[in-house]
Design a protein around this ligand. Structure first.
Ligand SMILES: [Zn+2]
Ligand SMILES: [Zn+2]
Length: 255
């Protein structure tokens, strides 16, 4: 049996032994996805948003913040709004380590990037080492890995590091040290890629991604794009009450 036949056979066997079930309502899932047709249809999609930062808006022109202080990234691809049931799915993955939920979120992120230009490398937002030890995994790495594999581009997990409050500046090389005294992130080495896609689970204010994108630009990237599973809104406030009123008490930690 050839390898391709073998993996096809295994996939069929897996589907028969462990049929997909909806992670939202427990009904049988649509083939190959842990979501039923009804729940897939009902997911809170981001319909109109700022093209730059995916801030939920009623138009598709850049939001006020992006006009006043344009971020270092060019654009943001957001799969969904950070509303039920997406918030519960993200938290089940992030705080309870439910990897099957992570796989589903990764697939939804992948769907959102259907029309995105393929970057030269994918860079998941790093956790600081203490948080990584505590959680045991970096949710952004898990979301980014299948995408990097599908695109056939490098997954950059050790180029950027979180430095604020965690890593002594003395561990960084001198030019990078000077550049990153105030920043939350630092590069371990110059970037060898011109176009990088940053991956995170949730974007809230966008400040983390703004900072990281800036560091990547300073480190040699020409184009930085961002992709997130969910976008919380709205920075500009009042018109998006449904998004904020449904938010759970725990706010995402990476935004
Ligand atoms: Zn369902
Ligand atoms: Zn914006």
């Amino acid at each position: 049996m050839r390898l391709a036949d073998c993996s096809r056979w295994l996939a069929k066997a897996e589907a028969r032994l462990f049929p997909a079930h909806c992670l939202v309502c427990r009904a049988p899932g649509i083939p190959g996805r842990d979501l039923c047709a009804g729940c897939l249809q009902a997911l809170p999609r981001l319909l109109t948003a700022c093209p730059r930062c995916a801030e939920p808006l009623t138009s598709t022109s850049p939001c006020g913040r992006c006009q006043q202080q344009p971020p270092a990234f060019e654009r943001t691809w957001a799969a969904l709004c950070y509303q039920p049931p997406v918030d519960q799915l993200v938290q089940a993955f992030k705080f309870h380590g439910r990897l099957v939920t992570g796989r589903l979120l990764g697939e939804l992120l992948h769907d959102a990037l259907r029309h995105a230009p393929i970057a030269e490398a994918v860079l998941p937002v790093p956790l600081h080492p203490a948080r990584l030890r505590q959680r045991g995994f970096n949710q952004s790495v898990e979301l980014a890995r299948p995408l990097a594999r599908h695109w056939g581009v490098p997954l950059l997990t050790d180029v950027a590091v979180r430095v604020r409050h965690t890593q002594p500046q003395s561990q960084l090389s001198r030019p990078l040290k000077a550049r990153n005294v105030r920043a939350a992130f630092a590069l371990q080495r110059p970037l060898a890629y011109r176009h990088v896609l940053l991956i995170d689970d949730v974007m809230t204010t966008g400040s983390t991604l703004r900072e990281l994108a800036q560091v990547l630009k300073a480190g040699g990237a020409h184009t930085v794009d961002v992709a997130v599973v969910a976008r919380a809104g709205g920075y500009e406030g009042t018109s998006f009450e449904p998004i904020t009123t449904d938010l759970p008490q725990t706010s995402p930690q990476s935004g």
